[in-house]
Design a protein around this ligand. Structure first.
Ligand SMILES: Nc1nc2c(ncn2[C@@H]2O[C@H](COP(=O)(O)OP(=O)(O)O)[C@@H](O)[C@H]2O)c(=O)[nH]1
Ligand SMILES: [Mg+2]
Length: 330
């Protein structure tokens, strides 16, 4: 593997593109210095408005991210984009295809775009995504947009770990029922019907409204506003941005923002623990050997299964979380 040289932290915080690029590559590849930089970024982060954009493939998430970015730039705000989407036209800084507007956005020095590899363990992708969002926040971006395909549980988790979650549907996606089953309606702070220039947007809105009527959220956090946009025609974008800003202002007005960010931290801690555990269990040079040994013991009748589980957990704790002197009782 190519060794990535650690960029000077000051260059990252000042928003230097090359330093950010190197930092992100290090985070993705878990370079030796990456954990330290991630911790420093996390400590500096918190100023940016993080907006998650999720929904089924093809509803226009990347197009909406592009139009939101254009609108944000017009308002003088800087933007970081993290796309966790195997089919994303955003690729590590450069842009594929002939999407002229995206290319223009990609060339703007006030915008930093990164698409995340989705190969590897889902928990690892989640961790890297959170860290990159922290990094772009710490690098001074005013808004960080996180695009994920809302199909799997892990993508939904990522999209949720933001301040404001947009769930995007389109009249042609025909995935409304599917989306509701996958639970993505429940995480929406704002519901967006994109491709409102296509027939069926009003019918989809009526469907969503009646689905929301039955939602358990009806009496809890209140129902999410529904917005109609056409990314293709750049229509409804300012209203969507205003709704995002209103959502953040609402969180800021009370304990909501601190609560939301604490909930996000809980999810990140759980995801990191799960990812590290899963990686170690799968590694024959780490816990994999212990798992194999215990499997033999269970098979031979030397050990009941739950005792094997307990033994592997103890081994995992010893290997992954050696006692920290700072944790010792005073
Ligand atoms: N008619 C119409 N097409 C759109 C709109 N937004 C995006 N598209 C098209 O839908 C396709 C998928 O868009 P993309 O942004 O890649 O969707 P994603 O997979 O959700 O990120 C592309 O061909 C876009 O040009 C819209 O508002 N109206
Ligand atoms: Mg996309």
């Amino acid at each position: 593997m190519v060794k990535t040289v650690e960029p000077p932290a000051a260059d990252v915080w000042s928003g230097d593109r090359r330093a950010i690029a190197r930092a992100i590559t290090g985070l993705e590849n878990a370079a030796p210095w990456a954990a330290r930089l991630a911790a420093a970024a996390s400590a500096r982060a918190g100023r940016a408005h993080r907006i998650g954009v999720t929904g089924p493939p093809g509803v226009g998430k990347s197009s909406l991210v592009t139009e939101l970015t254009v609108a944000l730039r017009r308002a003088g705000r800087t933007v970081g984009i993290v796309a966790v989407d195997p089919s994303s036209p955003f690729t590590g800084g450069a842009l594929l295809g002939d999407r002229v507007r995206m290319q223009r956005v990609g060339l703007d020095p006030g915008v930093y775009i990164r698409s995340m590899a989705t190969r590897g363990h889902a928990g690892g992708v989640a961790r890297a995504t959170f860290e990159v969002a922290d990094l772009l926040d710490a690098a001074g971006k005013d808004v960080v947009l996180v695009e994920t395909v809302g199909v799997g549980q892990s993508e939904v988790e990522i999209a949720r770990t933001v301040d404001t979650t947009l769930v995007v549907l389109s009249p042609e996606s025909g995935d409304t029922v599917q989306a509701m089953k996958a639970g993505i309606m429940e995480i929406a702070d704002l519901l967006v019907i994109n491709k409102a220039d296509r027939p069926g947007a009003d019918r989809l809105e009526a469907e969503l409204l009646s689905a929301l009527e039955l939602s358990p959220r009806r009496h809890a956090s209140g129902l999410p506003p529904i917005l109609k946009t056409s990314a293709a025609r750049a229509e409804g974008i300012d209203a969507l941005l205003a709704a995002c800003d209103r959502h953040l202002a609402g969180l800021r007005a009370g304990p909501g923002l601190a609560e939301r960010r604490r909930a996000n931290l809980r999810a990140r801690i759980v995801a990191s623990v799960a990812a590290r555990l899963a990686a170690a269990l799968a590694d024959p040079h780490a816990l994999g050997a212990a798992v194999e040994a215990k499997a033999l013991d269970v098979q031979s009748g030397a050990l009941p299964l739950d005792a094997a589980v307990a033994a592997v957990l103890r081994a995992a704790l010893a290997a992954l979380a050696p006692p920290d002197p700072a944790d010792a009782p005073m």
